[in-house]
Design a protein around this ligand. Structure first.
Ligand code: SAH
Ligand code: SF4
Length: 345
């Protein structure tokens, strides 16, 4: 048998690309669906266990393809019931996923990169820079691993790509992973329940709208360019108006909205006048707003606003008829909250 390093990871394929690969070896296209269902519906981890394939085909596939899984290094449970999974990758890098309890179901927040190159000043992940992109298999395997571990009656129904990394900076791999996550023969998540969050990589936002159906969340975090550029260096390349134009172009199904995330930082972007400006900016869009009180970490000078300031900010927006959720991040006691994920944890 060939060494694992030269066998391809079958979880890096989409079903379509597996059809193509099989075709090159004169294997019928419908086999791809069979293989996908064995892996993603039945959790089979070895080709030799795929008894609906002939023995020859099983042998052929085992020599050329491998079915990987992630090693779980640690699982921590927070007081609020959320759980942080730390996974070890092949090259001894680490990524984290956070499982969040919601009434009647779970939401899983997954990572798309080890680290992040965007360098947002309020984000711990951004501090260490980018280590590397995750492969499609490594993105999908976070979900496979958590599903295997899930206890109790509530199903995992929602996936958010809001963990470590900027998903649109790892575009090809992320789109491949979403195809498997939402595919009928893949993990079967409804595309209405898969949300991708971006810092605003405008050209890739356009690509995304064209290539795949997924909910869009945009990290705005400031209502004027000077403040946003200070917090998020990417704003110097794609300032607010460009990001919002991309949002207006994004193909939204009926009754769907774009989620705008806004990390509230005391004295930086939390004044009522910021809320008013934000309300004006979002006026032409079908928007929901997610206010995330800043989660502190060691070495930061930023402060979380007082509760009064957070509520006042929310009220300005609600008075202008926006749906506004204050997301008191889950899991802050185990550093699983937004912006607290780090490749070195
Ligand atoms: N890179 C993507 C997705 C990962 S970050 C993006 O930026 O959207 C996920 C969310 O966490 C973003 O909305 C970001 O603004 C928020 N976030 C980052 N650091 C945070 C912190 N320290 N406190 C609260 N939210 C934070
Ligand atoms: Fe990267 Fe998002 Fe953190 Fe910015 S907020 S550094 S884009 S992970």
């Amino acid at each position: 048998m060939s060494p694992e390093s030269i066998r391809q990871d079958v979880k890096n394929f989409t079903e379509d690309s597996l059809v193509q690969w099989l075709g090159k070896h004169d294997i019928a296209p419908y086999r791809a669906g069979q293989i996908f269902r064995s892996i993603y519906h039945r959790g089979i981890s070895s080709f030799s266990d795929m008894t609906d394939l002939s023995k020859d085909l099983r042998g052929f596939l085992s020599e050329r393809l491998v079915i990987t899984r992630l090693e779980t290094e640690r699982v921590q449970t927070s007081r609020d019931g959320s759980m942080k999974y730390l996974f070890r990758l092949r090259d001894r890098q680490y990524v984290e996923s956070v499982l969040i309890p919601e009434p009647g179901h779970w939401t899983l927040c997954i990572s798309t990169q080890v680290g992040c190159a965007m360098g947002c000043k309020f984000c711990l992940t951004g501090r260490g820079g980018l280590v590397r992109n995750l492969e499609p298999a490594e993105i999908v395997n976070q979900i496979c691993a958590v599903k295997e571990d899930l206890q109790g009656p509530d199903p995992l129904t929602n996936i958010v790509l809001m963990g470590m990394g900027e998903p649109l900076a790892n575009y090809e791999n992320v789109v491949r992973a979403i195809r498997t996550i939402a595919g009928n023969n893949g993990l079967q998540f409804s595309s209405r329940r898969v949300t991708l969050s971006t810092a605003g990589l405008v050209p890739r936002m356009d690509d995304l709208g064209r290539d795949i159906r997924v909910n869009l969340a945009v990290s705005l975090n400031a209502a004027d360019d000077a403040t946003r550029s200070r917090l998020m260096p990417i704003n110097r390349t794609y300032p607010i108006e460009m990001v919002l134009s991309a949002c207006r172009r994004f193909p939204l199904p009926p009754r769907r909205t774009i989620m705008f995330e806004y990390v509230l930082i005391a004295g930086v972007n939390d004044a009522p006048s910021d809320a008013e400006r934000l309300a004006r900016l979002l006026r032409p869009l079908r928007a929901k707003i997610n206010l995330i009180p800043f989660n502190p970490f060691e070495g930061t000078d930023f402060k979380t606003p007082e509760e009064d300031a957070i509520l006042a900010f929310q009220e300005v927006l609600q008075n202008r008829h926006y749906t506004v959720i204050i997301r008191h991040s889950k899991g802050s006691d185990i550093c699983a909250a937004c912006g607290q994920l780090s490749p070195r944890s």
